[in-house]
Ligand binder design. Structure first.
Ligand SMILES: Cc1cc2nc3c(=O)[nH]c(=O)nc-3n(C[C@H](O)[C@H](O)[C@H](O)COP(=O)(O)O)c2cc1C
Length: 327
């Protein structure tokens, strides 16, 4: 079973990739999308989104990271992919799922799901532009307005030369609203010979097991669920390997997570702009509180704080807190 970390622009960046791959259980990450319009992007754009390129395309914990490109023009995607390839990414993933208006207006992301022929041209152009040994994969939604073309889109990706397809089991119209339609994924799987990986709305071990069953996919991609519960990949592995029911349900207890929260804050302060820092910590705690009552308490305390020094003192004191014990 392969478990991948989802690309999530503005959320699962190199800081959180570092922290989550330290916790363990993930086989590979995908960078947030790098948008290709007309121009040739300078190396610094690739390196900013994916600093792991300076580390052999791996997180410090050693987990490979694939770079994701988003765009609709085959020539410009090919030229940028060729430049990116020189920086040595583990592979290149192509985004056919982004629902953002500004991206779709220019024909990129999920908008391409209305035009399988153009998908095939984009994938083929990128495939031809990078070394044969470098994997080129794709990530799609079920469709734009509906799932009518999902098989054709997956086939276009395969024809273009994609070696693997992640299916986020919702249309662009569905946005991020539950449910995810895992039960439609078998129809995509049957349409192509390349491996298909299921994604969407996997928050717990039970979700993961049901998703594997309904989609028929052994491999999963985890998004918001693993940000909310960093032990999720480890817990899924334990469950799939047949641990006692309930074992590994919460693979990482709060006290073990505290050093990761501290590392996260340290990295955020070192690497991100001052105006982003407090917001990033609040954003993570906001998701963590879905799974950890202690994170709810922490989030409420932090909510109104903005001063970096105050937050640094607060983060440093997290481990010694008595209030956590009863929770
Ligand atoms: C904040 C946010 C940013 C995202 N950015 C990207 C992205 O850059 N590239 C991409 O292919 N998908 C992106 N996605 C979609 C996720 O990779 C994933 O397909 C989606 O969140 C469903 O998985 P989940 O329900 O496990 O979160 C993003 C999702 C969110 C919530």
């Amino acid at each position: 079973m392969k478990l991948l970390l989802a690309p999530m622009e503005g959320l699962l960046d190199f800081v959180l990739r570092d922290v989550l791959t330290r916790v363990g259980g993930a086989d590979r990450c995908v960078s947030e999308f790098i948008r290709v319009t007309g121009s040739l992007l300078p190396d610094k754009v690739f390196l900013r989104t994916m600093p792991e390129l300076r580390n052999g395309s791996r997180t410090l914990a050693g987990v490979p990271v694939r770079a994701q490109l988003l765009g609709s023009d085959p020539d410009s995607m090919a030229a940028n992919a060729a430049n990116l390839a020189r920086l040595g990414p583990e592979g290149i993933d192509l985004n056919f799922g982004c629902p953002a208006k500004v991206v779709n207006r220019h024909g990129g992301g999920a908008a391409l799901l209305q035009d399988p022929a153009q998908i095939a041209r984009v994938v083929a152009a990128v495939r031809a532009a990078v070394p044969a040994a470098m994997p080129v994969s794709a990530k799609m939604r079920l469709g734009f307005h509906d799932s009518g073309l999902m098989r054709e889109c997956a086939q276009a990706m395969e024809q273009g030369g994609a070696c693997e397809i992640v299916v986020h089991a919702r249309t662009k119209l569905d946005g991020y609203r539950p449910p995810a339609y895992w039960e439609l994924i078998p129809r995509v799987r049957e349409a192509v010979a390349v491996p298909v990986i299921a994604n969407g709305e996997i928050w717990t071990v039970e979700d993961a097991l049901r998703c594997r069953e309904q989609s028929g996919c052994g491999d999963l991609m985890l998004g918001r669920g693993i940000v909310a519960d960093p032990g999720l990949a480890l817990a899924i592995r334990a469950a799939v390997q047949g641990a006692e029911p309930g074992a590994g349900q919460h693979a990482v207890a709060w006290p073990e997570l505290i050093p990761q929260v501290q590392r996260f804050w340290e990295m955020v302060c070192e690497d991100l702009e001052p105006r982003q820092r407090a917001g990033r910590l609040k954003q993570w705690l906001n998701l963590l509180r879905r799974r950890y009552p202690q994170a709810e308490l922490a989030y409420q305390e932090l909510r109104t704080q903005t001063d970096q020094r105050d937050i640094t003192r607060w983060v440093a004191a997290l481990a010694g807190r008595e209030e956590w014990r009863g929770l």
